[in-house]
Design a protein around this ligand. Structure first.
Ligand code: NAD
Length: 294
């Protein structure tokens, strides 16, 4: 079993760290929130008084923070962890951040003899709790193999996308496509409803026809068509509009950097930006209400 440090114990990081504890790893945890630390410590993790203390004996360091600026500050900022992590350890950053920041952190750590992978996830809070996340990894093949010791405990599908930053690019490509599918499904359903169709019947027709996609199959955005999805629970739970808006911002940055044309992603970003104004905490399928005439 390995010595693991886990930093960032929020909605995602908390349950991920608990799964590492349950698998028998020795897990030293830190978060800026004392309450977040206590939840994971009550499940058997060891409390560290600082991020620096948490990494002292760690072979693996996992971070799950909000954005690129937090990750850069943690590892390379003033009193950054690059000065404290032992040589040869592997840093696994699972936050969703811009690929440039991931590459910068990888470079800064490698100068100290520390390995790094970017390993953003898909699967949400439910996947974090169940240990069924998908990890999209950027880094060397050796690091990818080594990381499996801890990633296998937290996830079900592990993908090696390419070199540093590739995991983050794969993540924003996936979420950009997901947003386009969600917007398209929402407008199609509302068009049918406006012409008197029953959304359940229309959903069944499209899911068995060429319009079939993931949102129709398992995450229908129209209330009461499907059980146990956020749309049937006042759009509570699931994946927040604010987080989708953030990921679409990252997709647009990536497109600018590579001179890529992403008109559908840009439109989805614009729609989610408007929608986020009063609905930031709702599930992203609530974009359905933007097209609803009722
Ligand atoms: P969250 O806001 O619930 O948790 C972030 C945690 O990081 C907080 O507890 C905060 O106190 C802590 N933190 C911030 N700066 C810190 C620092 N310097 N040192 C220690 N702790 C610090 O966010 P979340 O929902 O857990 O998301 C984390 C990341 O995962 C984000 O990048 C998000 O985009 C990504 N993500 C989230 C979901 C989801 O459904 N929530 C799904 C996939 C990916």
């Amino acid at each position: 079993m390995a010595n693991v440090a886990f930093i960032g114990l929020g909605n995602m990081g908390g349950p991920m760290a608990v799964n590492l504890v349950k698998a028998g790893h020795s897990v030293s945890v830190f978060d800026l929130s004392e309450q977040a630390i206590q939840v994971v410590v009550s499940e058997g993790a060891n409390k560290a008084n600082s991020a620096q203390e948490s990494v002292k004996d760690a072979d693996f360091i996992v971070s799950m923070l909000p954005a690129g600026k937090h990750v850069k500050a943690l590892y390379l900022g003033q009193d950054g962890l690059s000065e404290y992590i032992k040589t040869g350890a592997l840093v696994i950053d699972s936050s969703t951040i811009d690929a440039s920041s991931a590459k910068e952190v990888a470079q800064g750590l490698s100068e100290k003899g520390i390995d790094f992978i970017d390993a953003p996830v898909s699967g949400g809070v439910a996947g974090a709790a169940a240990g069924t996340l998908s990890f999209m990894v950027g880094g060397s093949s050796d690091s990818f193999e080594r990381a499996k010791t801890v990633l296998n405990v937290m996830g079900k599908n592990l993908f090696h996308a390419g070199e540093h930053g590739a995991g983050q690019i794969a993540k924003v490509c996936n979420n950009m496509l997901l947003s386009v599918l969600m917007v398209g499904t929402s407008e199609a359903l509302n068009l049918g409803i406006a012409h008197g169709l029953d959304p359940a019947v229309l959903s069944e027709i499209m899911s068995k026809s060429s319009g079939s996609n993931w949102t129709l199959d398992v995450y229908n955005p129209c209330p009461d068509v499907m059980e146990n999805v956020p749309s049937s629970n006042d759009y509570q739970g699931g994946f927040m509009v604010d987080l989708m808006a953030k990921d679409l911002g990252l997709a647009m940055e990536a497109a600018l950097e590579s001179h890529s044309s992403t008109p559908m992603g840009a439109l989805a970003r614009s729609l989610y930006a408007v929608h986020a104004k009063d609905n930031g905490n709702k599930d992203f399928s609530s974009i359905f209400t933007l097209f609803n005439k009722d």
